[in-house]
Design a protein around this ligand. Structure first.
Ligand code: PMP
Length: 363
């Protein structure tokens, strides 16, 4: 057997600790997971009520084209149906983009650290990965633009960026799009779009009319609370989408995921209420951090990267022993930090006092 050489240097994706694992290890009954940026309020009850009915469809293959969801989504965001691609999570669309555009001799440009699947998939395709360090949590866009040459195929903008939560203001996104040559696909990953509250958020969907080399990634895994169903989508010009389509598996999104996404879109009250609650809890966390003189990156997402005077691993272990799973910054490329998903108010209050106890010895 001979696998691709690059795979020898790569490790499979390592998710955060799982709830059952921690329960066993620490003998705890109750665990709160604030590690994967999931919605602590779950998903719309309209989806919950209809899910059992969908099981009757399972002996049939799904509609590979996701026609009903396509019509619904095209109407919801006001684009043509031919401008959409659905994936088994937006993870799969990242993979499809890399399969389509990247190969040996090509290069791709991204921030570091950012969402790790861009690099992972690009390396598997044999492309050169040009990583540009963040500047105080922000994309260094000038340095990214300078890296473009005739072999550049994809430039990734993650906004808000995972793991920092920092967004790219609209004038800066526009500047990148204006200066990016047409042979470079600009991917704007907006996995946390629904949580954004900044006035200077770039309105990416209307910009598709002007920028034919722009692709937007969104997901039902975060604000819509459907991470377990695996469904995300890409929006771009019809030309970009039809270029991607041959790289997509024929039945990549399940019948249940497609139907749940339609039902979830119909319940915008759930999205509004839960994102507002989440934003409120985020601001409460930021006030706590300021009161205790802990640094953080200004987050437009449903998580905050908190700077610490101790290592991220130490804080991670402390919180784990108290029943909270978070992500240590050590694993995310930002030492002396943790990435904290915003949870329910009552859980946030407890975790804040646990952080304080560990740092100041004040219960
Ligand atoms: N992009 C970003 C920035 C993310 O943080 C994530 C999930 N952590 C994804 C994409 C992938 O999400 P999913 O595959 O669940 O749609």
């Amino acid at each position: 057997m001979k696998a691709k050489d690059i795979l020898k240097q790569m490790t499979p994706y390592k998710p955060g600790k799982q709830i059952e694992e921690v329960k066993k290890e620490y003998g705890l009954n109750q665990i709160v997971k604030l590690a994967s940026n999931e919605n602590p309020f779950g998903f719309s009850s309209q989806v919950k009520d209809q899910l059992p009915k969908l099981i009757a469809e399972l002996e049939k293959y799904p509609d590979g084209y996701a026609a009903a969801l396509r019509t619904k989504m095209a109407d919801f965001i006001n684009v043509e149906e031919s401008q959409l691609i659905f994936g088994n999570g937006s993870d799969e669309i990242v993979q499809i983009i890399c399969r389509t555009f990247l190969e040996k001799g090509a290069n791709t440009i991204m921030a570091a650290p950012t969402f790790p699947q861009y690099k992972h998939n690009a390396l598997i395709e044999g492309a050169e990965v040009r990583e540009i360090p963040l500047e105080d949590g922000h994309h260094d866009l000038e340095a990214m633009l300078e890296q473009i040459d005739e072999n550049t195929r994809v430039l990734w903008l993650c906004t808000p960026n995972n793991p920092t939560g920092v967004h790219i203001p609209k004038n800066k996104v526009k500047n990148v799009l204006d200066r990016c040559p047409p042979h470079v696909l600009v991917v704007m990953d907006e996995a946390y779009y629904e949580y954004m509250e900044a006035d200077d958020t770039f309105q990416s969907i209307p910009a598709l009319d002007q920028y034919k080399n722009l692709l937007i990634l969104r997901t039902f895994s975060k604000a819509y609370g459907l991470a377990g169903l695996r469904i995300g989508y890409g929006v771009a010009s019809s030309e970009v989408i039809s270029t991607l389509e041959p790289s997509r598996e024929p039945f990549n999104t399940s019948t249940i995921a497609q139907a749940a996404a339609i039902l979830a879109l119909d319940d915008q009250t759930f999205i509004e209420e839960t994102t507002n609650e989440n934003i409120k809890n985020k601001h409460a966390l930021l006030s706590f951090l300021e009161e205790n003189e802990l640094g953080y990156y200004p987050s437009e997402a449903n998580f905050v990267l908190v700077h610490l005077p101790i290592s991220g691993d130490e804080m991670f272990e402390h919180l784990l022993s108290k029943g909270f799973i978070v992500r240590s910054g050590e694993a995310l490329g930002i030492p002396h930090s943790i990435r904290l998903t915003i949870g329910k108010k009552e859980d946030m209050e407890i975790i804040q006092s646990e952080i304080k106890e560990r740092l100041l010895g004040i219960p």
